[in-house]
Each structure stands twice: as C-alpha cells, then as structure tokens.
Design a protein around this ligand. Structure first.
Ligand code: LLP
Length: 463
C-alpha cells in the first residue's frame, strides 16, 4: 500500500482498482447524463452543446482551456437541495467548492445559505449581496482580522474549531459589543470511506474538537460560560465524496448523544445541528450518488429517531453540500495539442491546460472521463492518458480513458464534472494563466470569472 492509500479501499487512494478500465464504452460518442451537466447534448452535426451553444462557438469566443458552467443545472440542483430539506432545515452551499459573485446571486435567488471558510470567500459573498445572517464562517485557524470582520458584518454563525477559538471569538464579540451565534465543530470518530486527505472526522486530523475523550463536552462548558457567545448547536463534517449514508448515521447518533448530555448537564437543549457536506457525485459512469430527497429523508429520519429515543426536541438540521451542487454542472474544455503513442502501453494526449486547472487527479488520484466534443467519430476506441502542459510527469488530467483512435491536434475534448474543486484549487504553476469560468444558459454565454492575463501575473510581481 502506498502512503496515501486509504484503509477503506483504493477507490480514492493512489492504487487504482485493477482492470478498472479494461473495456471501452460501447459508444464513444454517447454522453452519459450521470456525469454531464443537464443541458449538455450532442447536436445533429455531432458537436456537443451546453445551454444551446455548441462548444466550437464557445471555444472560438472564450478560448481554451475554459470551464463552462450550466446555469440552469446549477440552479436546479440548488433548488432540489432546498426543496428536499424543506422549511425546517437550512442548506448552506460550501463556497470552497467554487465561489464567484454570480454563484452567490444564484444561491441567494434559490434560497440557499452559504458556508465560507476565509476572509476572501466572505468578501465575495457579501459583495454579491448575500445577507450576512445567511452566512456560516468556518475554518480551523481563522485570523483575528477574519473573526472581527465576520462578527462586525453580522454573520449568522461562526463554527468554532478549537479551544483557543472559543475564547478568541468570545473576546472579539464582546469587544464589539455583540453576542455571536456559534456552533462547535466536533470530530465524531467516523472514518468516511474516501481518500484520507479528504476524510475529516476520524480523530487523527486537524479539524474539530474530539467527542470521544470528553473534549467536546468541555468545549460546550466553556462556550456556555462566555457572554460573547450564543451557542446554537453542534457541527459535524465527516469527509468528502461519500456515497454511503452509514457514516452520517453514526455521526448523527453521536451528535444527538452529545445534545442529550448537554441537556442533562446544563439544562439546555441546543436548537440546531449541522451535519456538514461531503455527498458524492458521479465522476464516472460507475459512481452512483443518491438524490437530494433521498439524502434529506435519510438524515431527517436518523435525527428524528435518535432524538425521540433521547427524549429531545428534534433540532433544526443544516447541511453544507458543495460538490453535490456545483460539481456536475461544469466541464472543462481543452484543445488537443500533441498525441504520443507509446507502443504496447497507451497514447498520451496533451491538452492546453493540466494540473493548474485540475489538481484533483494528481492530488487524490481522482477519476474522470473525457469525450471528444467537437465532432463525432466512428474510429476504434484507443486507451489514452490525458495530460497537461506542465513540467512534471504527474501532470495528469485523466489517468485512463478511451478516445476515438483518430483524435487529432486541434480537436476539442472535454472533461465533465469539474465544477467543484477545480477552478477553486487552480494555480499559476509554471505561470499558467488560470482559465475563465463561463456561465451558459438558454443560448447565452457570459464570463463570470475572466481568464487571467499576463498583465495579472506581472501586476502581482512587483519587481
Ligand atoms: N462543510 C465543511 C465544514 C467542509 O469542510 C467541506 C469541505 C464541505 C462542507 C463541503 O464538502 P463537499 O460537499 O463539497 O464535499 N478539495 C477536496 C475536497 C475538500 C473538501 C473540504 N471541505 C476535493 O477536491 O475532493
């Protein structure tokens, strides 16, 4: 097992399941609706389109590489989460997955709240008109400036992540003459079945305050004693790209048990629990994510059942999906530059982006698929590795996939399900210019985050 292999299985570690891609798909021109945004389709001339605009036109107008986000799909997914959880719950979109001012407006219009984890995300949210009381502020080491800004602007809640922060937030709130609504983030001891770098509720990691050793109960004691804080609930986030509800079930049970202990010790029933985000999406046709209404139903049932048996009033539930809302709504469009067949191995297809616009393959051994989108092809399937233009061999966008054997320089290929943690984790490695994000809807395309320019690079480099 390699260093990053996860005991839960190699699915998100760097050991790929053997023979995972032995069989090419039956139809290379088909677009699996599981992994592509809702309005993506192949037009009669064989070119793929999104929001009624074909990718050749999009490439001409906006260049490549570029992320194209299907606005109607984003709104539909946001709405589906909102509707599934209903009026007795809150959905906080996790901005770290992808945040821009347009996205903030869409969320606002669709009735969602927002989870931010830095001053930058907070500024973006506020500048696009998200009401502060609908914002939750996260992070394991928020700076004094960030806490001060969050409290003075009136954020709805700050999620406390350490003993130092309990005192820090209380002190800053008091000095501003405020009482800040807070939750305490606990680590419930669940190992989510995911890559170890994105599993966050087992004990040996940096987030939250441990439940098992009584630390969380002590944190509650301290928070309740401080005038600057109004403790409204307990928060748990168990990891990312999770398909199995079992982890959430254990987490909910342990959080409710803590609520019962708090009632017994302090005579208060905390009114809210937050079960975090982490719901998985389909990156390939083999992934089978649940629908928001199934997730909502399962979570409501677990919490209601546990509260009934602990004789507690059912608290208001909140969740924080990021990837599950934005992930499937975007794809990255690349132009093929070079093609290098390696005899008996595979063919390397180099595109005009790479690890600077999608670090997830290199970092988590994430799996993606890829399709030829500027035309159809009847050529045989060919096993390819899609790589970028960066100066290192780990610069892989799609490790193993099939493209038609006649794929050629100048063709456009697209990688679906890149809406989450791609643009938000993009870098300037090798002084790459980060690609734009273009929103497409009903035949109209508009840039919502523009492409970086060389002037942008030079502006930061003060010489
Ligand atoms: N809430 C909290 C407190 C979180 O830490 C996160 C993600 C979320 C919600 C949203 O999780 P989601 O529903 O998007 O899975 N860069 C990694 C993912 C890191 C997630 C960090 N926290 C990736 O590309 O897979």
């Amino acid at each position: 097992m390699s260093r990053s292999a996860h005991p839960a299985g190699p699915r998100h570690a760097d050991v790929l399941p053997e023979g995972h891609y032995t069989a090419p798909p039956t139809d290379l021109n088909a677009l699996d609706s599981k992994v592509w945004a809702q309005t993506v389709t192949r037009t009669t001339d064989g070119v793929v389109s999104v929001g009624d605009i074909d990718v050749k036109k999009l490439a001409e107008e906006f260049g490549t590489p570029a992320y194209f986000i299907d606005e109607a799909d984003f709104r539909a997914r946001a709405r589906a989460w909102r509707t599934a959880f209903g009026e007795d719950a809150d959905v906080f979109y996790a901005g770290k997955a992808f945040l821009s001012r347009a996205v903030v407006r869409w969320l606002h219009e669709e009735g969602l709240n927002l989870d931010v984890c830095s001053g930058g995300e907070l500024t973006t949210a506020l500048s696009a008109g998200m009401p502060a009381d609908r914002i939750a502020f996260h992070g394991n080491n928020k700076s004094t400036e960030e806490i001060t800004e969050a409290i003075s602007r009136g954020v709805g809640r700050i999620v406390l992540d350490s003993f130092q922060e309990i005192v820090r937030v209380a002190h800053i709130a008091q000095s501003l003459g405020k009482r800040q609504r807070v939750q305490i983030r606990v680590t419930v001891g669940v190992e989510a079945h995911t890559h170890e770098f994105i599993a966050t509720a087992h004990e040996d990691q940096k987030f939250g305050i441990g439940l098992a050793d009584g630390q969380a109960a002590e944190a509650v004691r301290r928070a309740l004693a401080l005038d600057g804080l109004e403790l409204i609930g307990i928060h748990s986030h168990i990891g990312s790209q999770i398909f199995d509800m079992a982890g959430f079930e254990v987490a909910a049970r342990r959080v409710v048990k803590l609520l019962a202990e708090i009632r017994d010790e302090h005579g208060v029933e905390l009114p809210e629990i937050d079960l975090g985000g982490g719901l998985g999406i389909a990156y390939t046709s083999e992934d089978d994510p649940s629908e928001p209404h199934e997730i909502a139903k399962a979570l409501h049932e677990i919490v209601t059942r546990e509260c009934e048996s602990a004789k507690l009033r059912t608290p208001r539930i909140s969740v924080e999906p990021g990837r599950a809302i934005v992930g499937p709504t975007a794809f990255t469009l690349y132009e093929v530059g070079t093609i290098k067949p390696l005899d008996g191995l595979r063919t390397y297809v180099s595109v005009d982006g790479g690890m600077s616009d999608n670090i997830r393959t290199a970092l988590y051994d994430a799996e993606y698929t890829v399709s030829l989108v500027s035309r159809v092809s009847e050529a045989e399937p060919m096993l390819v590795r899609v790589v970028g233009k960066h100066c290192e061999s780990g610069d892989i966008v799609v490790r193993d996939a099939f493209l038609p054997a006649d794929v050629a320089p100048g063709d456009l290929i697209a990688v679906p399900a890149t809406g989450a943690y791609c643009r938000s984790m993009a870098s300037n490695y090798n002084h790459a210019l980060r690609p734009p994000v273009v929103a497409v809807r009903d035949g109209e395309a508009r840039v919502i985050v523009r492409r970086e320019t060389e002037e942008d690079l030079l502006r930061l480099d003060v010489g």
